[in-house]
Design a protein around this ligand. Structure first.
Ligand code: IPE
Ligand code: IPE
Ligand code: MG
Length: 237
C-alpha cells in the first residue's frame, strides 16, 4: 500500500453470494457461509490497516422478500457470526455499531446485536458498522421523524435543522462520510445503502463475486481510490 492517504470510511455492498453458489452448484446458504469468511478477512485487514470506519451491508429491508429458507439461513449465520467473532473483535478493540432497525429483527438476533454493541461500545479501534435490516430511505425518514419530535417538544427550532442536525439523527451519527464505496459482483447500484453518507463517495465496482473478494482485490480497490482526484465541487489547481 502506498503512502497516500487511505479512505477514512470504507463502505462495502457485499454482493454475489447467490451467483457464487450457483457457479459452484451448491445451495445459496453455502454461498452466504463462504461470504462470511470473506467478511472476517476484510474486517481483520481493515483493522490492521488502521482504517477508521468500515460499513458492511449485510441485510437490507428489501431482503425479507427472499424465500423463508434463505432468510432463515441468513439469520442463522448472523447469530453464528456474532457468537464466534465477538471475542476476537473485542480483543482487537473493534467498536461495533448496527445500522438499521433492530426492533424489526427476531428476538435472538436482536439480542445478539444489542449485546455486540454494548460489549464493544467503548472500544477505540476500527469502527465497524454492520447494516442489518437497513434501508437508506427508511433511515432518512426516521431522521426526519426524530427531528420533528424534537421540534414539537421545543428542543429544536425548524430554522436550526441543517445538514449537521440531520446527520446527527442518522445511524452513522458522528462518523465521517463514506470515502470509498465498493460493490462486488459487477452490479452498479446503491440498492438503498447509505444514500446520504455517499454524497461524495468514490465508487468501485469490482466484478469479482463477494466470496472470491480476497485481500488482493481489497488492496487493489484501496490503491485505485488513492489515485482518484477528489474535488468536492472545487478545483485542485
Ligand atoms: C449478497 O449476495 C448477500 C445478501 C444480499 C445478504 P446475494 O445473495 O445478493 O448474491 P446474488 O446477487 O444473488 O449473486
Ligand atoms: C444489496 O444486495 C443488499 C446486500 C448486499 C445486503 P441485493 O443483492 O439485495 O441488491 P439488488 O436486489 O441486487 O439490488
Ligand atoms: Mg445480490
Amino acid at each position: 500500500m502506498s503512502e497516500l492517504p487511505l479512505p477514512r470510511h470504507v463502505a462495502i455492498i457485499m454482493d454475489g453470494n447467490g451467483r457464487w453458489a450457483k457457479q459452484h452448484k451448491i445451495k445459496v446458504a453455502l454461498g452466504h457461509r463462504k461470504g462470511v469468511e470473506t467478511l472476517r478477512a476484510i474486517i481483520r485487514e481493515s483493522s490492521d490497516l488502521g482504517i477508521e470506519a468500515l460499513s458492511l451491508y449485510a441485510f437490507s429491508t428489501e431482503n425479507w422478500r427472499r424465500s423463508p429458507e434463505e432468510v432463515s439461513a441468513l439469520m442463522g449465520l448472523l447469530l453464528e457470526f456474532f457468537s464466534s467473532e465477538i471475542d476476537e473483535l473485542d480483543e482487537k478493540n473493534v467498536c461495533i455499531r448496527i445500522l438499521g432497525d433492530k426492533e424489526g429483527m427476531p428476538p435472538a438476533q436482536r439480542e445478539a446485536l444489542i449485546n455486540a454493541e454494548k460489549r464493544t461500545g467503548k472500544n477505540t479501534g476500527l469502527k465497524l458498522n454492520i447494516a442489518i435490516n437497513y434501508g437508506g430511505r427508511a433511515e432518512l425518514a426516521r431522521a426526519a421523524r426524530r427531528l420533528a419530535e424534537k421540534a414539537v417538544k421545543g428542543e429544536i427550532r425548524p430554522e436550526d435543522i441543517d445538514e449537521d442536525a440531520l446527520s446527527r439523527e442518522l445511524y452513522t451519527a458522528g462518523l465521517p462520510d463514506v470515502d470509498l464505496l465498493i460493490r462486488t459482483s459487477g452490479e452498479m447500484r446503491l440498492s438503498n445503502f447509505l444514500l446520504y453518507q455517499c454524497a461524495y463517495a468514490e465508487f468501485d465496482f469490482p466484478t469479482v463475486l463477494w466470496p472470491d473478494f480476497d485481500l488482493n482485490a481489497y488492496h487493489e480497490a484501496l490503491r485505485a481510490y488513492q489515485h482518484r482526484d477528489r474535488r468536492f465541487g472545487g478545483r485542485n489547481s
